[in-house]
Design a protein around this ligand. Structure first.
Ligand SMILES: [Zn+2]
Length: 687
């Protein structure tokens, strides 16, 4: 009886569930007038059920494997699951609530098990392997061949090619590594909380504003709490006048997970050792060799080459900056050697003396809608010929979200863009791009893409005025969007931004260049009250400030990136008995410890990117794509800059290609040579 009721409830659930059918809105845009919290869980469960059923059918098929009955069938197996996942991840990121968070925790282990069940399904892998072995006889077009190779490699990377006993070993390693990462994150969270600095004498907070101080005040006691952020340097170090408070805060951050009650040393050494063993089990000499296979850099040696091209120039500049700070210390009548906790405080004085850039002076020229429509969209129109029309009839998940429709130069529809720009409680921090519908010719779908940012929301009726950093973010995120809009793939899993980690930030960083391009700037940077264009003097200040403190910034980044590579290139037989000693030696042998007052952006013991989430052996990606960005922009500068022809060529050869070509050869074909490091050094003022 109860089972029967449950069943009919389930059927009713799914019958009214908006995810069960394609949306009837333009571009299959999600219909937020129908989607409710309670729809997600049943749609996910049904989506997983459908996928499992499809995968089992493929794996147990008695017919000879063909591209259609195997590769294409896998590609099509997650239609419902993909549809509900995309909307779910958009909402849990940008507009979450308790109910959605509960569903999220409920689903996480199920989805990871679903993934394992596919990638460790031997019958399924054997069919792909058979096809892969005779791939040249299959008469596949280039993209279909790439799809086959991509699946084969993903299975191989997941360990499908191992013997049964080795597969068991791999599962054990993966399980232990997952547990260790969870423990690391939990310990680090505790370390961050316990590391907060408690101040009982208000005078120690001199230099902070009254509102900063009152936000730190504890409710019942006469004390103030400075919470720790993830990085080594803490934002308040820029303003705290009391040198002892600065030292206390810096050391709290530096030692939070080293020698404290929440020490992570044993966890990270075990993670590094087990990862090395995993690399070996999968046939590589270390973890990074295995993990970098499908990236643009391809192997750790190429990454180390990039580092060594930057270290000398970066640390030389950092030393000059350190000297300037030392001079400032002495000019202030102080007598001490500059330490890491002094850097931001005195460099802020150097910055004011040298650049005198006041954000309040420039913000009136950067009103959000003008930045978006007359800057970001205008640049895309000039380069790629596309046009934009505001749509007020498309339902959104929040009243702040704006929607535009994009058109090709010949008027053909191109896709939908959602902009969700303002911070709110239900949104996580940062800025990102993703899609509700990804482009694919297989399903005859055009992209529906969104950008999410966290700009402060102005009071009712007031304009949203951006800092120049935020202007850069708006261009950046739309660069990702363009990569998605120009995608021209048959298969969704190869489409648009589904590319390697060390390539995905290239189109977005590249798009930032147009923010300061004279013709674009002239079109959008106008005073929101008077309409007056931003004065040249302010533009110069913005440009000059771009090279400020770059020695510090690149050295701290290189130090962290290098630690990541060192931890992930250890030999599988190495036993590390002292994580701190390992860290010291790693920095020493790469000469990243030569400027005393420049510590790594993250120390190993609190480097959550690499020990707590998915960036192991991947932190270098930020520097790598920065190199690509400046090298690419250098090509534009040498070839006429912002022209329709240049844009078209970049669109055809890079932005429209998704994950269908080898990144290195694709870049080289467009650029005419391999990427060089010099334009990046120049842009950072390090040459
Ligand atoms: Zn990005």
């Amino acid at each position: 009886m109860s089972a029967c009721t449950e069943n009919s409830e389930k059927i009713a659930d799914l019958k009214d569930n908006p995810f069960m059918e394609e949306s009837t809105l333009p571009y299959y845009a999600p219909d937020f007038t129908k989607i409710k919290n309670e729809h997600f869980k049943p749609a996910f469960l049904e989506g997983m059920r459908q996928q499992t059923e499809a995968i089992n059918l493929i794996a147990s098929n008695t017919e000879e494997p063909t591209f259609e009955n195997t590769v294409l069938a896998i590609e099509k197996s997650n239609e419902l699951l993909g549809r509900v996942s995309r909307v779910f991840s958009a909402l849990t990121g940008a507009n979450t609530n308790d109910e959605l968070q509960e569903v999220q925790s409920f689903l996480a282990p199920l989805l990871s098990a679903q993934n394992d069940a596919i990638y460790l399904n031997d019958a399924l892998f054997q069919r792909i392997k058979t096809l892969h072995e005779k791939k040249s006889e299959l008469n596949l077009d280039a993209e279909s061949l790439k799809l086959l190779e991509n699946y084969y490699e993903n299975f191989e990377i997941a360990g499908a090619n191992l013997s049964e006993p080795d597969k068991e070993k791999l599962k054990e390693l993966n399980a232990r590594l997952a547990t260790l990462s969870t423990t690391f994150n939990k310990t680090l969270l505790d370390a961050n909380n316990a590391g907060a600095v408690i101040i009982t004498d208000k005078s120690e907070l001199a230099g902070l504003s009254e509102s900063q101080i009152s936000s730190m005040k504890s409710k019942d006691e006469d004390s103030w709490k400075i919470s720790l952020l993830n990085t080594t340097q803490q934002p308040l170090l820029q303003s705290l006048e009391n040198r002892e408070t600065r030292e206390k805060l810096f050391k709290a951050a530096w030692y939070r997970a080293d020698g404290s009650a929440h020490d992570t040393e044993a966890i990270i050494t075990e993670i590094a050792e087990l990862r090395a063993q995993k690399g070996k089990l999968l046939g590589f000499s270390n973890f990074a060799e295995w993990s970098l296979q499908k990236t643009m850099a391809k192997n750790p040696a190429t990454v180390m080459d990039l580092f060594s091209g930057l270290v000398a120039a970066g640390t030389k500049k950092a030393q000059e900056e350190s000297d300037a700070i030392q001079k400032m210390v002495e000019e202030k009548g102080e007598n001490f050697k500059v330490e890491p906790w002094d850097w931001n405080y005195y460099s802020e004085m150097v910055r004011k003396a040298k650049f005198d850039l006041d954000e309040d002076q420039i913000k009136p020229y950067f009103e959000l809608t003008s930045v978006l429509e007359n800057g970001v969209f205008y640049a895309a129109e000039k380069l790629y010929g596309i046009t934009f029309k505001k749509r007020t009839d498309i339902p959104t998940y929040h009243e702040d979200v704006v929607v535009y429709e994009l058109f090709e130069e010949n008027g053909e529809p191109l896709g939908l863009f959602y902009g969700d720009f303002f911070a709110r409680e239900s949104k996580r921090g940062g800025a990102w791009m993703s899609s509700f519908v990804s482009q694919s010719r297989l399903y005859d779908k055009k992209p529906v893409i969104y950008n999410v940012c966290n700009y402060p929301k102005p009071a009712n009726g007031e304009p949203a005025l951006l800092t120049f950093d935020e202007v850069g973010t708006t261009f950046h995120e739309f660069g990702h969007a363009l990569h998605g809009f120009f995608a021209d793939q048959m298969y969704p899993s190869l489409s648009g931004t589904s590319v390697a980690r060390d390539f995905v930030e290239f189109p977005s960083q590249f798009n930032e260049n147009w923010a300061l391009y004279p013709e674009i700037l002239k079109n959008y940077a106008k005073h929101y009250e008077t309409g007056e264009q931003i004065p040249q003097e302010l533009i110069n200040k913005i440009k000059n400030a771009g090279t400020f403190n770059q020695g510090y910034s690149i050295t701290e980044n290189l130090a962290a990136s290098n630690l990541d590579m060192q931890w992930h290139t250890i030999s599988p037989d190495l036993k590390i008995d002292d994580a701190n000693k390992f860290e010291k030696e790693a920095l020493n042998k790469t000469k990243l410890d030569v400027v005393h007052a420049v510590p790594p952006r993250y120390r190993s013991t609190y480097f959550a990117h690499i020990f707590g989430s998915g960036y192991a052996a991947g932190y270098y990606s930020y520097l790598w794509t920065e190199m690509l960005n400046h090298d690419a922009y250098n090509w534009f500068e040498n070839n006429g800059g912002l022209t329709r022809a240049n844009g078209q060529r970049f669109r055809e050869m890079i932005l429209s290609r998704g994950n269908t070509l080898d990144y290195e050869s694709m870049y080289k074909a467009w650029r005419g040579s391999d990427p060089k490091i010099e334009p990046m050094l120049k842009a950072r003022g390090l040459n």
